[in-house]
Each structure stands twice: as C-alpha cells, then as structure tokens.
Design a protein around this ligand. Structure first.
Ligand code: IVH
Length: 673
C-alpha cells in the first residue's frame, strides 16, 4: 500500500534540502566572492521558508543548516585568524510597521529604543588594549575572523591610540567599514577603463578592498568607518546611547543620526525621515537598526543562536520600477568584448534617472527572456548600478511573445564576424587592429594613469586624433607633433605642449608598467609586475614559452597563451619596434617587493641634508616599507623626514599645517632599522 503521508511530504522535504543548498551557495557568493546574485529580501524570504520547513520536519534537523549559523567570509589567504571574544552575530530583519510592532510587543513594556542607521558595508571588530588598537577582525563565520589591522589602519577616522587615563584596560568597538559613494564611483570608473569587472555596490567594493594584501592600494581607495557598538568589561554607562556618546568623546567616529525613541510612532517617524534623507549621505545605508537602550534589559533579553533579541533591523524597500525596454544596443570594449546594453524609457530610481542598464551577455538576456517592447523591472536597492531583474507579463495576444532576441553575428562597429570562445559567456570582435573602439580603447588604456600616465591625452582628444588619421595605434603617440595636437578644437598650444611633455616623460616609465600598458589580454597591473620581475627585458619575455610563463605566480595557461599570441602577431612586433625606437623602457631592474608595510598609505617628504644615509637611500627605504616619497608639503603629507638645513619655506609650511618633522634617528627607529 502507498504511504500517502510520506508521498505528500516528499516534495516539501526536497524543497527543504534545495533551499539549504541554495542559501549556502548564496552565503558563499555574498561573503566570499562579494558577488551576490539574490536580493536581500529574496534571501530573507527563502530563509523564512526554510525555517518553517525545518519546524515542520524536526527529524531533518542539521546543525550545519544555514538557519543555524551566519554566513562566512573566511577562507581568504594571508590574514591571521583570531577567535572573537564575543561572537559576531547578525540581526533579524523586518520590512514593515507590523513586524516592528511584533518585535516591540515581546519587549518589556515602556522600553526605550535607540534608532540608528544601518550602514551597508561590512562589520569590523576593533580591539583596544591599554588604549592601543591591537586587532581589527572581520566577522568571518561569527566565531573567528581575519585580522585585517594593516588595512584598517589606513582609515583616517579610526584611532590607532587613545591617549586617556579614564579608559578600561580592554574594550572592543564594532562598526561598519564602508567605501563612500564618491570613492566607489571613482574606483568603478577606473575599473571600467581597464576593463576590469565592476563592483556592483559599495559594500562589495569595501569588502574586496579590505581583503587586499596591499595596504597601499587600500589607502588609495579611501575606506571610511562608522562605529555603533561598544563591548567589554567595566565599561562606563548604563545604556547603549551613553556608551556611544562616551566612545565619541574618546575620539571614535560615531554617527549623529542616533535617536532614543519611546514608542513605535517615533520609530516610524525616524524611518520615514531617513528613508528620504539617506540619499544625501556620503555612504550607503540599507535600513535602520533598532536596539533596546537599557543594557540590563538587553542582557535579560539575551540572544538566539544567530541574533540578539534586543535588536532588529528594518530594511528599506529596494526601489524597483517598471519601464519600457526601447532597444538593445551593443557596445564594443577595448578587448573586443561585445556587451548588450538596455536602452530604457527614462525612469526615476533612488533619486537618479535611469535610462541604460547593462545586460552583460547573451545568456543573461536569455535568462530574463526579454526583448524590445517589453516592460521590464529595473531595481537599484542599495546598489548604484541599476539592473534589470525581470519583466512584466506580456498580454496573451502579444504577437512578440515568446521570442528570444538574436545576438548580432557581426561587430556593430566594424562588421567583422563575432567569435565566442568556448567556455566564455562573451562574444568578441576579433578585428583587434581594425575595429575603432578597440583601437581607441587600447590607446586610452596605454596612456591611463596606472600605465604610461600621459596627462591631457583624454578620451575626447584620442577620438579627435584618431578621426584625423593621426593616431591608429600606441606607437603613433610618439610621432605626434605640436602642430598636430594644437590644431585640434579646444586645444591650444599650451595644452598641446603639456601633452607632448607627458609623452616625453612616459619614456621614463619603468618596464613593468610599460608591460601593463601594452594591454595584453588579462595581463593586469599586478600580473605585469610579477612577469617583469622574472623577465627583466622584453626580448627575454618575447621568447618565453607558455610553459615557462606558467611558472610565474598568478600566470595561468590562459594568460600565458595570450602573451605568446601577442608576440606571435607581426603587427604587435612592428609596434613594439617603433616604441623601442621612440625610447620607451623595455627593460629594467626587477622592482623589489616591499619589505614591510610599516609606512603603508603614508606620504613622506624628504628635506635637508643627512649624515647616516643619502637622500636616495632614504627614498628607497620609504618605498621598501610601503610609503610614498612626495616632493612638496601639503595637507596630505604624513610627516617630513627632516635633515640639517631644511628649507625655511618648507619648515614654515609644515608648521602652518601642523605636520610632524622626524629626525633621521626617529625615522630609522620607526622602520626598525
Ligand atoms: S548592531 C549584535 N548597528 O548589519 C548586533 N549593526 O545585518 C550587532 N550594521 O552584522 C550589530 N549598521 O554589520 C548594528 N547601526 C548598526 C549597524 C549594523 C550596519 C550591520 C552589521 C551587522 C549587520 C546585520
């Protein structure tokens, strides 16, 4: 006889298993890859469904289920792993007044509730011992995290030391590390120019940045932090609000947007105000956090396995709008990748007008099943890059349904037949030397700041010179004459001369950066450095086999193939020969790896004469310890390494700006030499 019950239950048990797998995968994408593919709301809904199913089938209890632990960002190499003194928990989410009322109902009557902004970055735990910052831990799996203290020390608002006598021996401050909108947009712009994948939102960018092994790059990107929770023994204050106020007095960056509320109406008013006002903040927020103010009451309420009972998050609704997909156009990038772009009827979303959104590749369009004429959902949520998340149902009578739009077979720019490399999602135009956006893109990459750094030769000028047949490849740059450039609209003799000076100066750019500038597919800045360290002349590199190249750290078979293919192309060899004739550096001493990060993120001016080492030796020491030697004193200068007879003007400027002077001995002490 059929077991009717188990047959009915079976699909739900299967659903439970599938949900566990799906949520585990999402945790990995969110915490480790920094590339979630599901909205927070969808994640929460699935988590609730899983909780309900687990309650229905207690025999399927599993301590490893995603309902039983918080997601983990562990697993990146190179950081010390440290056990948290107090587990780093997550917060339960709510989305409506009703859910907030439900939560408040479970609290003792008359409690005070502190409302704070929910910053959308990643949590950090800062340990202070005797007033000194000794550890900075990521959440990790909630039990132990990575010690990213060197990267955290690049954040100007986080004190390395608290000089007070009224502080406890040990305390911990928790908060959120963020990449401000402005920095995030600049970083993505830079990545776009280099055809590196963009960060979907500032949270992912902050997370990727904090996990970098190079504090100098971290410092350059400009992280910030807001702190919202103080823990430890013998701390002053009986309420959360008082503790944060104390932390503020100790010099910590605590938001001013904190309010003690007495009832749900006041909470809702705070939410309504910040739902609009947050758009003017320099950093991303995705909700509000509500916390019981009284610490004794907090303790009484306690914790579940994953979240405190004394706090809850309210998430702002993701902004989503329906709009018309007018047309799909195709963009060709520097490496020939063809990217479909949705052209939309302009629509207001999170304070900006959206009229374009990337469709990534052919598979993405297929998965959405969209075509021009459809009404599509555009979402921005906490993210700045709008994305299309689905489409409205078509009318049953709509003659367009269903049809998958066909991806072009030929390049929209030059007409060459597109190719799709097996295993890659992208279609590519193979006409490297004849396709205008590829030609211009390669030149733009070559002159960019991290490559040859030729100032003044921007996108527009490159386009003008290209259209006049003066610029067809990177070698043509070195044949440009003053009159060619000065003849361009909006470019006078002065800017033309600046460009020529920039071109001249680029002949001093070291070999590793020249290699990066050549734009060999997948050879990024770091890979180029590693290759140049092994092959310190282009001639040596030209004859390297794919197998030999693969022996270099970070160089896999694909990159090795790309390098070999680059040198097998006669057109490239001609260009390289012309660059050599022009005086571009094709060889150089292998750049030394920094010996420490002690000066990471610091800009140091050297001034005066010295007795123990030469100026050049000091310069090399600064660089070897991760610092930057700069020529003139400004408010960005960290300190001045001051010798005898320092110029009076520099001294005055340093005094005015309050910049410290270090003697030779002090400097050598600092780097432990
Ligand atoms: S309190 C035990 N306050 O939200 C609870 N968290 O979804 C400690 N977050 O892991 C957290 N702003 O990274 C708190 N004002 C705020 C916050 C905040 C952002 C983050 C935090 C936490 C996550 C939970």
């Amino acid at each position: 006889m059929l077991d009717l019950f188990s047959e009915i239950e079976e699909p739900e048990r299967e659903e439970l298993k599938a949900l566990r797998k799906e949520l585990e995968e999402q945790n990995y994408k969110y915490y480790v890859l920094n590339a979630p593919t599901m909205s927070d709301r969808e994640f929460d809904e699935k988590m609730h469904r899983l909780q309900a199913l687990e309650a229905q089938f207690p025999d399927m209890y599993d301590p490893k289920s995603p309902t039983q632990h918080v997601g983990s960002d562990l697993g990146k190499k190179g950081f010390e792993q440290v056990k948290h003194r107090y587990p780093m928990l997550s917060l339960a989410n709510s989305y409506s007044r009703e859910e907030i009322e439900d939560w408040v109902r479970k609290l003792p009557s008359g409690v005070e509730i502190v409302c704070e902004l929910k910053y959308d970055g990643l949590s950090i735990s800062l340990w202070y011992e005797h007033g000194i910052l000794v550890k900075a831990l990521t959440r990790g799996d909630g039990q132990q995290g990575d010690n990213v203290i060197d990267n955290i020390k690049t954040i100007p608002s986080i004190p390395w030391k608290i000089d007070r006598t009224d502080i406890p021996e040990f305390f911990e401050l928790r908060g959120e590390v963020l990449l401000p909108w402005e920095r995030f947009e600049a970083l993505n712009k830079e990545r776009e120019q280099q055809e590196e994948p963009l960060f979907a939102n500032p949270r992912n960018a902050a997370s990727g940045t904090l996990k970098l092994q190079d504090p100098r790059e971290v410092a350059r990107r400009g992280l910030d932090a807001y702190l919202y929770y103080m823990l430890g023994e013998n701390l002053p204050g009986a309420t959360h609000y008082e503790r944060l106020d104390t932390a503020r007095q100790w010099g910590f960056h605590i938001s001013d947007a904190i309010k003690v509320c007495k009832n749900v109406d006041e909470v809702m008013a705070y939410i309504a105000y910040w739902d609009t006002e947050r758009k003017n903040l320099p950093v991303a927020t995705d909700g509000i956090v509500l916390k019981v103010n009284n610490l004794a009451q907090q303790e009484e309420l306690g914790y579940t396995a994953k979240t405190p009972r004394w706090a809850i998050a309210y998430k702002f609704p993701a902004e989503k709008q329906l709009t018309l997909l007018k047309e799909i156009t195709y963009q060709v990038g520097r490496t020939g990748v063809v990217t479909p772009v949705a052209n939309l009827e302009p629509v207001q979303l999170s304070g900006t007008i959206v009229q374009r959104a990337t469709l990534h590749n052919e598979d993405f369009i297929r998965s959405l099943d969209i075509q021009p004429g459809d009404r599509v959902w555009v979402e921005k949520g906490g993210e700045i890059i709008p994305k299309i998340v689905g489409r409205a149902d078509r009318e049953p009578s709509d003659p367009r349904a269903p049809r998958t739009p066909s991806f072009p077979t030929h390049c929209p720019e030059c007409g060459a037949e597109l190719v799709r490399v097996p295993g890659e999602a992208a279609w590519r135009c193979p006409n490297e030397a004849g396709c205008p956006p590829q030609i211009k893109g390669k030149i733009e990459h070559f002159v960019s700041r991290k490559a040859m750094n030729i100032d003044g030769l921007g996108e527009e000028t490159i386009d003008l010179l290209y259209r006049q047949n003066l610029l067809h490849n990177i070698a043509d740059i070195y044949d440009l004459k003053l009159s060619d450039i000065a003849a361009q609209e909006r470019l006078g003799e002065k800017s033309a001369q600046n460009i020529l000076d920039g071109i001249e100066a680029s002949k001093q750019v070291p070999w590793a950066r020249v290699l990066f500038a050549l734009g060999i597919r997948m050879v990024g800045e770091t890979t180029a450095k590693k290759i140049a360290r092994k092959y310190n002349t282009i001639d040596a590199l030209q004859w390297a086999t794919a197998e030999q190249l693969c022996a270099i750290e970070d160089v896999g078979p694909q990159i090795a193939e790309n390098i070999v293919a680059y040198f097998n192309d006669i057109r490239n060899l001609e260009i390289l020969e012309r660059l050599r004739q022009a005086g571009v550096q094709f060889e150089g001493e292998a750049e030394a790896e920094p010996t420490s990060d002690k000066l990471a993120g610091l800009s140091i001016v050297i001034s005066g004469t010295f007795s123990q080492h030469s100026r050049d030796e000091y310069k090399a020491m600064i660089e070897a310890h991760g610092g930057k030697n700069v020529g003139s004193v400004s408010k960005k200068t960290s300190f001045i390494l001051a010798g005898e007879n320092m110029g009076p003007e520099k001294r005055k400027k340093a005094e005015d700006l309050g910049i410290k002077l270090l003697t030779e001995d002090e400097f050598l002490g600092l780097i432990g030499s």
